[in-house]
Design a protein around this ligand. Structure first.
Ligand code: IPM
Ligand code: MN
Length: 357
């Protein structure tokens, strides 16, 4: 039997609650005896700062690098907001992404038919949306040098190398080949040199994918098009900061930010996390929606472990739970037959996943 090592970082706020449910569901699919998962817990973010004084302890980096995949909840909270930048929880996550080398962040936006009315957008606009944001994750303005606050001015640098653009573009085109063969590259080439450069390189890479149709869009227009007519998109390819902003925007198409997973890949070890944050305001109440974390676990099975069948079982179990009217509090106004707690939702999905074939 195959056996995998999973590094688990629960993090802060609702992180621990939702990751517990993701593990419950993973255990339910691995009891099928096709593979075995061994979990090792590590600290990052506020939880790590409280115990070690550092947002990303060395043991966490080493543990993650020695695993087959990393499953992560969320980090951050008011308690740590006033620390200097290099001691903040977010810095831990950025450093982990860099250490793992996960330059490609995949954020699929799925609209579940049962939840089309949960979106703040009209049902006719969101029904049937199925798009994926491919966000460059270890470059751009997040990491560019120089950066500083100096007296009465401050600056960051948006920089991309040819190699960085090429490799993220390839990820987007490869994903498009398995989907509807359309890539929309989002930039600000009418203003920024770095975007003009990005565009030229994406066009070069496109020549290797003659079946994929490539379009370009300025980021301001893309932000507008995403709420005007999201169905026009298949794969959105973009840089670090534009992808950060557009993926939060795109998440609301689905009705709740508590539904959407992400995979960060392309490096030594893949990192899987819900796209939502640590939501300290609802932490510990048992009302957080664990679906984004559970769907992230499914992406982990698919992308890092190659356990496609088990991943499908989880995806189908999520759909079945929603179809049968189970809802956490965030979605209780939309077709709920039963409003359930975080852990009840996890148990239902785990049960359905273990029954799936
Ligand atoms: C995300 C988050 C992070 C980011 C923060 C927490 C550093 O917003 O994963 O989208 O900006 O990348
Ligand atoms: Mn973000």
């Amino acid at each position: 039997m195959k056996s995998y090592k999973i590094a688990v970082i629960k993090g802060d706020g609702i992180g621990p609650e939702i990751i517990d449910e993701a593990i419950k569901v993973l255990d339910a699919v691995s009891v099928k005896k096709e593979f075995e998962l061994n979990y090792e817990e590590y600290l990052m973010g506020g939880a790590a700062i409280d115990i070690t004084g550092e947002p990303l302890p060395k043991e966490t980096i080493e543990g993650c690098l020695n695993s087959d995949a990393v499953l992560f909840g969320a980090i951050g909270g008011e308690k740590w907001d006033n620390l200097p930048r290099d001691k903040r929880p977010e810095t831990g996550l950025l450093k982990l992404r860099e250490a793992l080398g996960v330059f490609a962040n995949i954020r699929p936006v799925t609209v579940y038919d049962e939840l089309t009315e949960a979106s703040t957008l009209k049902e006719s606009v969101v029904k049937g949306v199925d798009l994926t944001v491919v966000r460059e994750l270890t470059g751009g303005i997040y990491f560019g040098q120089p950066r500083a606050i100096e007296g009465d001015r401050a600056y960051n640098t948006m920089v991309y190398t040819k190699e960085e653009v090429e490799r993220i573009a390839r990820v987007a085109f490869d994903i498009a080949m398995k989907r509807n063969k359309r890539v929309c590259s989002v930039d600000k080439a009418n203003v920024l040199e770095v975007s003009q450069f990005w565009r030229e390189i994406v066009q070069e890479v496109a020549k290797d994918y003659p079946e994929v149709s490539l379009s370009h869009m300025y980021v301001d227009n893309a932000a507008m098009q995403l709420v005007r007519d999201p169905k026009q998109f298949d794969v959105i390819l973009t840089g670090n900061i534009f992808g950060d902003i557009l993926s939060d925007e795109a998440s609301m198409i689905s009705g709740s930010i508590g539904l959407l997973p992400s995979a960060s890949i392309g490096g030594r070890v893949g990192l899987y996390e819900p796209i939502h944050g640590s939501a300290p305001d609802i932490a510990g109440q048992g009302i957080a929606n664990p679906i984004a974390a559970i769907a992230s676990a499914s992406m982990m099975l698919r992308y890092s472990l190659g356990e496609e069948k088990a991943a499908n079982r989880i995806d189908n179990a999520i759909k079945r739970a929603l179809r049968e009217g189970y809802r956490t509090k965030d979605l209780s106004a939309f077709g709920a037959k039963e409003v359930c707690s975080t852990s009840e939702m996890g148990s239902i999905i785990a049960q359905y996943a273990s029954e799936g074939s």
